[in-house]
Design a protein around this ligand. Sequence first.
Ligand code: HEC
Length: 151
Amino acid sequence: MIKTILASVTWRDAAVFGAMAMAIAAFAAQNARAASPQDMLKKFQAEAQKAGDFPAGGFSAKRGKAFFLARHAGGKPATPSCTTCHTDSPLKAGKTRTGKVIQPMAISRTPDRYSDPEKVAKWFRRNCKSVLGRECTPREKGDFLAYMLSQ
Ligand code: HEC
């Protein structure tokens, strides 16, 4: 009798914990995706302000365009510019060094861009290191994003 009760309590607890763990995992997964490009802009703004590098007029699509098109020094010789892979137009599909297609960077062409904070962070880190030999500053990221959202 006691054994039966114990067994059922244990089973019930396990089920409850299992359900809780699943709910938490689902919530976490949803939260990771629950960002918009505007949330990204706000994040870069907060980081730029913290670094004392937020421009008085706000982020600028014009500066972002110049940054996107520029040939930078300090990175890998094979990738001097964002345009090496993304082409000189955010409206066009690009190509990786190995020839894989990269969907256009403009939000108007690829609407699900800039809404996954981890993806955004990962590719800024990786691409800025390749092109500039360092991470992009929050201000550079904000300007770049402003440009892509204007396209
Ligand atoms: C060596 C090729 C290459 C270069 C050079 C490159 N990128 Fe990319 N970029 C990629 C690839 C590949 C992806 C991931 C595939 C995708 O998002 O379609 C990507 C994705 C991104 C993303 C993520 C977009 C999203 O959907 O969230 C950002 C931001 C980005 N790149 C910024 C830059 C910036 C800024 C530069 C220049 C400093 C740059 N890239 C240069 C290849 C490159």
